[in-house]
Design a protein around this ligand. Structure first.
Ligand SMILES: [Cu+2]
Length: 295
C-alpha cells in the first residue's frame, strides 16, 4: 500500500472511532459505575478508576507495540523474522516478573479498601434487614423501630397485565416503596443482612455496598452517607417470581430529622405491648427458641 492509501485508511478508521466515541461519551455517566454518596462508595470508585487507568496504560503499551511491529516489520517491506531472542531466559524472567509486580502493586490498594469495607466497628446505629419473597423488613435495633417495606401501589397496579397504565407515566416505576428506610447523614450505620426464605441481596448503588442476605446467616455492611437525599436500589439476587418487585429506597436525612422520625415511628411499638403483656409473654417465650433454632 502506498503512503497515501495508508493515510486514507488511517483517517477513515479514526473517523469511525470518533463517530462511535461521540455518542458513547455523551452517556459516559451511565456506563461507568456511580461515585455514590458514602465514604465507602467513593473509596471503591477511586479504586475502580485507578485499576482502570492501569489497565488503559497496559493496553496502550501492548497494543501500541503490537501495531508498530505489524506495520514496521511487515513482510511486504522485506522484513525477515529475528529468531535470536527465541527461548531467551532473560525475556522469560522479565515478562513473568513484570506482570507479577503490577498485580502486587494493584493488590495493595485493593486489600486496603477491603479492610476498610469489612471494618464495622464504631458504628452509631444498627439496622437489621431481612429479605422475604418479596419485600424487605427493617429493624432498627437501637430504637426498636420495625417495619416492612413493599413495592409502592402505583408501581404494583401498573405492573399488572392488562392494567391499562403506561409504566412510563408512573414516577419511579418499580423503584418506589410504601415505607422508606431512613438513616441519618454523616453517621456510621451498620446494616445486618439476613433472609427468611431464599437468598436475596440488598443493593443501593449510591451507597456503595451490595451484599447477599442469606437465610441462617448474618452478613454485615456499613454506610456513612454525606449527602442528604433519596437513594434507590433493588434486590440483586434472583429470588423468585417477584424478584424485580422488591425495591429499596433509602432517605438520608439530617440527624435532627432522623431523631424525630425515630420518635414518631417507635411510639406505637411502645404503646401496643403495654396492655396485653401477660398474654404476650408466653407467646414470646414460645416463639424465641423456634426463631433462634431457625437461625
Ligand atoms: Cu430478589
Amino acid at each position: 500500500m502506498s503512503k497515501k492509501r495508508w493515510l486514507v485508511a488511517g483517517g477513515s478508521i479514526a473517523a469511525a472511532v470518533a463517530g462511535l466515541a461521540g455518542p458513547a461519551f455523551a452517556g459516559w455517566d451511565g456506563l461507568n459505575m456511580t461515585k455514590g454518596v458514602t465514604e465507602l462508595s467513593e473509596k471503591i470508585y477511586d479504586l475502580h478508576m485507578l485499576i482502570f487507568e492501569v489497565c488503559l496504560v497496559i493496553a496502550a503499551i501492548v497494543f501500541g507495540a503490537m501495531i508498530y511491529a505489524l506495520v514496521r516489520f511487515r513482510k511486504s517491506k522485506g522484513a525477515v523474522a529475528d529468531t535470536s531472542h527465541v527461548h531467551s531466559t532473560a525475556y522469560e524472567i522479565a515478562w513473568t516478573l513484570l506482570p507479577v509486580a503490577i498485580l502486587i502493586a494493584m493488590a495493595v490498594p485493593a486489600a486496603r479498601a477491603l479492610v476498610v469495607i469489612e471494618d464495622t466497628r464504631n458504628s452509631e446505629l444498627t439496622i437489621k434487614v431481612t429479605g422475604y419473597q418479596w419485600k424487605w423488613q427493617y429493624d432498627y435495633l437501637d430504637s426498636g423501630v420495625s417495619f416492612f417495606s413493599t413495592l409502592a401501589e402505583s408501581s404494583n397496579f401498573a405492573r399488572e397485565r392488562g392494567s391499562g397504565i403506561d409504566p412510563n407515566t408512573v414516577e419511579n416505576y418499580l423503584l418506589e416503596v410504601d415505607q422508606h428506610v431512613v438513616i441519618p447523614v454523616d453517621t456510621k450505620v451498620r446494616v445486618l443482612l439476613t433472609a427468611n426464605d431464599v437468598i436475596h441481596a440488598w443493593w443501593v448503588p449510591a451507597l456503595g455496598m451490595k451484599k447477599d442476605a442469606i437465610p441462617g446467616f448474618v452478613n454485615e455492611i456499613w454506610i456513612k452517607a454525606h449527602a442528604l437525599g433519596t437513594y434507590r436500589g433493588q434486590c440483586a439476587e434472583l429470588c423468585g417470581r417477584d424478584h424485580g418487585f422488591m425495591p429499596i429506597v433509602v432517605d438520608v436525612v439530617s440527624k435532627e430529622d432522623f431523631n424525630h422520625w425515630v420518635e414518631v415511628h417507635k411510639a406505637p411499638a411502645e404503646t401496643v405491648p403495654a396492655a396485653p403483656q401477660a398474654q404476650a409473654a408466653p407467646a414470646d417465650a414460645a416463639a424465641t427458641p423456634t426463631s433462634s433454632t431457625n437461625r
